[in-house]
Design a protein around this ligand. Sequence first.
Ligand SMILES: Cc1cc2nc3c(=O)[nH]c(=O)nc-3n(C[C@H](O)[C@H](O)[C@H](O)COP(=O)(O)OP(=O)(O)OC[C@H]3O[C@@H](n4cnc5c(N)ncnc54)[C@H](O)[C@@H]3O)c2cc1C
Length: 363
Amino acid sequence: MGNVNIPKKVIVVGAGIAGASVAYALAQRQIPVTVIESKQIASGGSGNPVAVIRPEPGGAHNPITTLTTLGMQWLVQWLSHHGQAVPHELCGAIRMTRDALRHQKLAQHAAQYSADWISEVTQEQASELSANQVADRGFHLPVAGWIEPIPFIQSLLNHSSIQVQIGLHVSRIEFDEKQKPRITLSDGSEQQADCVVLASAFGGSLFSSSLAIDSARGQLTMLPEIAGRHLYKIICRDGYITPAIRGIHTIGATIQKDDVYVDARSTDDEENFQRLQRLLPEFCLDKNDCQSGRVAFRAVTQDRLPAVGQLAPNLYASLAHGSRGMTCAPWCGEWLVSMMMGEATPQLEQWREVLNPLRLALQ
Ligand SMILES: Cc1cc2nc3c(=O)[nH]c(=O)nc-3n(C[C@H](O)[C@H](O)[C@H](O)COP(=O)(O)OP(=O)(O)OC[C@H]3O[C@@H](n4cnc5c(N)ncnc54)[C@H](O)[C@@H]3O)c2cc1C
């Protein structure tokens, strides 16, 4: 990659999982970082009470499969060293498929891996593993699990090289004649750095051309634990239910494009209840047992891949993490910082084009 000037100070815009991951990767290299957050830590999509972390099985050339695999490998490693402060459990998941054709394809994929990563399971085996009658046959993903995002993000940001400034909105980024960025904040103050990384989910108007990143609203539904009924695995297909965590199962999640309604709706809980019936038909028969959960907005792209890489000299992005940010954004943060530092890593070139944020530029 040639000579790279190691930055002496970096500003990261946004304190969700994407921003915290970039800040963490910079801090690991002793580079001072200021994270600027307009609301509070994890106030966007990253503030859900629980997130499922899991690989997405698919063919050998499916970039989402590879990205989620890299994401899980990063998480498993990190949690094994630092996980004491972060409530989580790698309890495993049962992944069902939409139809027989898809099941067949995944079965071919699964046959190439060892059972400690993925294995095909009959309906009976899946029911036994989860201790509940599941709706269909599927695949067991033993390394999948759940994590509480807020303590995770706080742990990543808890580093002497990271300073977090809360309640400041970045309203403008300009560049001086040496291409050094200067940002303007909502209180009128300005800050300079050698590099800026946008980790504000959507990017907004902070970059000169707009990026094709859409919004997809999501609502969670909570189900209090039913006495004597344990669920040992995450059960998922086009949604999921988690084991009870602090006495509550999380059912997720609705997906509504361009829907800006911020409050929870009972129709969405009904939709999630129907989702649960398609996963575990005997688990809960009364939708009145369900309670509304959190509403948040995913930043999504057409190819369902995030936008991670360089936007302009000294301006980088880790945006559009869609439905898998808790699984993939930490690895993406490490990858982005390797790229910024000009480090030679095996995955560097392979991912540069796939994740290139400029593939989404609208002009
Ligand atoms: C209902 C739902 C369920 C989900 N479930 C899962 C799951 O089970 N597993 C999984 O892996 N993923 C899941 N996701 C996806 C995951 O939550 C997101 O991909 C992830 O949180 C995105 O993180 P982020 O840091 O990119 O964005 P955000 O968490 O939205 O953070 C962006 C931050 O930037 C700040 N910001 C924005 N603009 C500015 C500005 N100009 N100046 C300063 N600050 C700014 C915002 O306030 C915000 O805090 C789910 C998402 C939803 C909505």
